[in-house]
Design a protein around this ligand. Structure first.
Ligand SMILES: [Zn+2]
Length: 309
């Protein structure tokens, strides 16, 4: 944790920086910053700058490890995936990571790993999760810091973040420590999303994930149709399917409401920087994956096999 003490929030976002310090904005136009400069800026960034997003805890500024600055040619991609719960962003992020050779860093996984551990946060995280609430900035940033530091120590040169940033405050902190190239916002119609979430099933024996929702919406009135095949279990699992306790319609809708309220300012933040790529999912993986690659100008040599997987 020693490394964290030197890690400071640097207000590189000029529009927000100007709102709380005209002096700071004149020193933040470069992409590299010395420690001294950062130290002088810290007093402007603490406490947190005014933010249009709901900021539940204006407590001491959490921070991320500052990653070594490298030009885009000397490193791999540093991308962010946005998308509401159930949209499948973990699946697409993970596939892109395999294709690009970067780690898929999902804050949800970091939280689940911590919950499984007997660490001090374990009980607290389990309670928060059972109530369908979101984990605080401080906990998320603490977990992500450890992950990024470990990655940098191993020589990782890029990443795709999934589940972070979730708030403007987190986005600001991230901008201060990494050069995010692209933010991909995966979108799906809300009625389809809910149906898909309610169709999720888990095999109580092998833990396999399935989905019994069969979505086939015809296009019309200028909107395209959406087809998503169910992901049915093999016969050996079919009699052992269970539904996750938090996949009720009420909890799913509450999760979406919380997500939408929080994500809009974050989307605006990246849209303002010209980094946001909106991607409307045209259907399931076989329909969506090739289109996503096309939009990203990527080529998947194993496309045929992986799209069918
Ligand atoms: Zn099974």
């Amino acid at each position: 944790m020693a490394a964290l003490t030197r890690l400071l929030v640097r207000p590189r976002s000029l529009s927000l920086a100007r709102t709380f310090s005209a002096a700071a904005s004149t020193t933040t136009t470069t992409t590299t910053t010395t420690t001294t400069e950062t130290d002088s800026l810290l007093r402007f960034s603490s406490p947190s700058p005014p933010s249009p997003s709901p900021s539940p805890s204006p407590s001491p500024s959490p921070s991320l490890p500052r990653l070594a600055r490298r030009g885009p040619d000397d490193r791999n991609v540093q991308w962010v995936f946005l998308g509401c719960p159930g949209v499948g962003k973990g699946t697409y992020a993970s596939r892109l990571c395999n294709l690009l050779g970067v780690p898929h860093i999902a804050t949800g996984d970091l939280v689940r790993d911590e919950m499984k551990s007997s660490g001090p946060l374990s009980t607290q995280l389990t309670e928060i999760s059972n109530q369908g609430q979101l984990v605080s900035d401080e906990i998320i940033i603490d977990l992500l810091s450890k992950r990024l530091e470990a990655g940098e120590a191993k020589g990782e040169l890029g990443f795709i973040l999934d589940g972070f940033p979730r708030t403007i405050r987190q986005a600001e902190i991230l901008e201060g420590v990494a050069d995010i190239d692209l933010v991909i916002n995966l979108k799906l119609r809300e009625d389809v999303l809910i149906e898909k979430c309610l169709g999720r099933r888990i095999c109580s024996q092998c833990g396999g994930n399935f989905n019994i929702a069969n979505i086939d919406i015809k296009g019309g009135n200028g909107s395209p149709g959406i087809y998503m095949a169910p992901l049915l279990p093999p016969p050996s699992c079919a009699t052992k399917l269970i539904t996750r306790a938090d996949d009720t319609e009420e909890v799913v809708k509450e999760r979406l409401r919380i997500y939408n309220d929080m994500s809009q300012p974050v989307e605006e933040f990246y849209r303002g920087k010209g980094k946001l790529l909106e991607f409307d999912l045209p259907g399931g993986i076989p329909e969506s994956w090739p289109k996503l690659l096309q939009v990203l100008n990527l080529d998947d040599h194993d496309d045929k096999q992986s799209a069918a997987a």
